[in-house]
Design a protein around this ligand. Structure first.
Ligand code: ADP
Length: 490
């Protein structure tokens, strides 16, 4: 796995949970998994020096494994002064180009050849190109040295799988942002077909990875269209035959109300008293005092355009007027959304609690202690918080898009089917309708018990996705051998 994030060490969102969860599940199923991630300056980890690469960077091996999956940290001394995971500027380009080269050198250094390299998001999307470049170099060096043709022109190219966790983030940089030696190497791969001035990491990955996945079946279809493709829809359509949508799973070692390490009380489907205690503790902590019989609605999210937080804020004054709901909100990101929410929270402190920032324990407490979790995303590749909330009996209220559409089915009180509330339009009125509908279910004991039972009985364990990924890895390996055989014969 080549990644910019892996929980719990480095996390800004679902990518970290997904990489950790998939790696754990593969390792528990008997696969030999190694994860390569940058060694961020903030790490206070127990890691030992492992090896040094030709560019002076090095690998460190973390002493903790993820259920046997080993975590290697790529240390670049020049980046020691950067105190965040992402900088949002050219230093990101330098960091992740360096990581891609480390991925290519890794096999040699660790004396371990992976069967397949799984690249996550734009940060690792140059890996296929770097592997190809290094293989070509090796071939030409061997030719010069021995004056005999190598057995296969692609003999050291390992198949690659690129997972698109979110194509809203593509890694677009001026080519000058890529340090000179690596740029010279990569430009031999003709990276700048369209414009020598810019490089789009994700686009190159989509063009050159052996196989491509994304994190839900619906998002796999959506990204073929201009509305969701973010300008890459044509490139993705060219690779449609190699594109698969596989839903993310949940790491129930971290997100299960029976064992959640961030909760003082635990519960399972048939014990709701503990949930009430957790809810009361949450309200205490956030100084919320909901009226008797009123629900607590949670929201835990990055504050980005994608997440539809503005729709929620637009709806909030009406929701406060027309219902007696209380809101427990945690989020970090966009400054304008943050200050809009702060204003509302200040004027209704007993009904709206808002914590700005990133807070893992509070995220768990909100997911566990709320009655509903609201996820009004404009687009959502998979979404993890709705999967967590299902297990906690916290009913998700979601917009019908991407993985939210695949995992949340609108409750029907007549048939008793469904596990949440789903609305279609990306506007405040739809959200108001959804919340009002949900409150009706909340007030009806039979309906409420049924929807909670439906939600809590779902199983999205990562172990259930292992077969999908191993089948895909095998196909990628087969495809690579077929290409090699073809080239060799011709
Ligand atoms: P995305 O990756 O787009 O942010 P996901 O739903 O896939 O969305 O994953 C979000 C993850 O990040 C969840 O584990 C959620 O609990 C966590 N998260 C989001 N915002 C915060 C926050 N402010 N504090 C703590 N955890 C957060």
């Amino acid at each position: 796995m080549v990644t910019s994030e892996c929980a719990p060490l480095a996390k800004t969102g679902g990518l970290a949970d997904a990489v950790a969860g998939l790696s754990r599940a593969l390792s528990l199923a008997g696969h030999d998994v190694r994860i390569l991630m940058p060694h961020y300056a903030s790490f206070d980890t127990n890691s030992s020096p492992y090896t040094t690469f030709p560019d002076g960077s090095g690998l460190r091996l973390c002493s903790d494994t993820l259920d046997g999956a080993e975590l290697f940290l790529h240390h670049v001394p020049a980046f020691d002064s950067i105190d965040t995971i992402y900088t949002g500027d050219n230093r990101d380009a330098a960091r992740f180009v360096a990581l891609s080269f480390a991925a290519a050198w890794f096999g040699h250094a660790a004396k371990w050849q992976p069967d397949v390299i799984h690249c996550h998001d734009w940060h690792a999307a140059l890996v296929p190109d770097v592997l190809q470049f290094i293989a070509n170099e090796a071939v030409s060096n061997a030719r010069e040295a021995a004056d005999t043709p190598p057995t296969s022109p692609l003999s050291s190219v390992v198949p690659t799988v690129l997972t698109l966790h979110n194509i809203g983030y593509q890694g677009i940089f001026a080519s000058a942002a890529i340090p000179a030696p690596q740029w010279t190497a990569l430009s031999r791969q003709q990276l700048h077909e369209e414009s020598a001035a810019t490089v789009n990491f994700l686009k190159l990955g989509i063009q050159h990875a052996t196989a491509i996945t994304t994190v839900s079946p619906t998002y796999a279809k959506e990204i073929l269209t201009p509305q969701f493709g973010m300008g890459l829809e044509d490139e993705i359509r060219k690779r449609e035959a190699e594109l698969t949508g596989i839903l993310n799973g949940v790491d129930y070692a971290t997100w299960d109300p029976r064992t959640d390490p961030y909760l003082n009380y635990h519960y399972s489907d048939d014990d709701s008293e503990s949930k009430q205690i957790i809810r009361a503790a949450l309200c205490d902590r956030l100084q919320l005092s909901p009226e008797p019989g009123a629900p607590v609605v949670g929201l835990v999210s990055r504050f980005a355009e994608q997440k539809g937080i503005d729709l929620f804020i637009d709806a909030l004054p009406t929701l406060l007027n027309q219902t007696s709901t209380a809101f427990a909100i945690l989020g970090s990101g966009d400054a304008e959304l943050t200050s809009r929410l702060q204003l509302i929270a200040e004027s209704s402190p007993s009904r709206v609690a808002f914590k700005a920032g990133y807070d893992e324990p509070l995220a768990h407490q909100i997911v566990a202690g709320s009655d509903f979790l609201i996820i009004p995303s404009r687009y959502e590749p998979c979404g993890l918080t709705q999967l967590y909330s299902l297990r906690y009996g916290t009913i998700p209220i979601v917009r019908s898009t991407g993985g939210l559409a695949d995992t949340v089915k609108h409750f029907n009180p007549e048939t008793g089917s469904g596990n949440g509330c789903v609305f279609n339009d990306a506007d405040a009125n739809a959200l108001i309708w959804a919340l009002t509908t949900s409150i009706e279910w909340f007030g009806n004991p039979n309906a409420w018990q049924r929807i909670k039972r439906n939600a809590m009985s779902e199983d999205h364990a990562w172990s259930k996705r292992v077969n999908d990924y191993t089948t895909l890895y095998e196909k990628a390996i087969d495809a690579t051998f077929r290409i090699k055989a073809g080239k060799f014969v011709s």
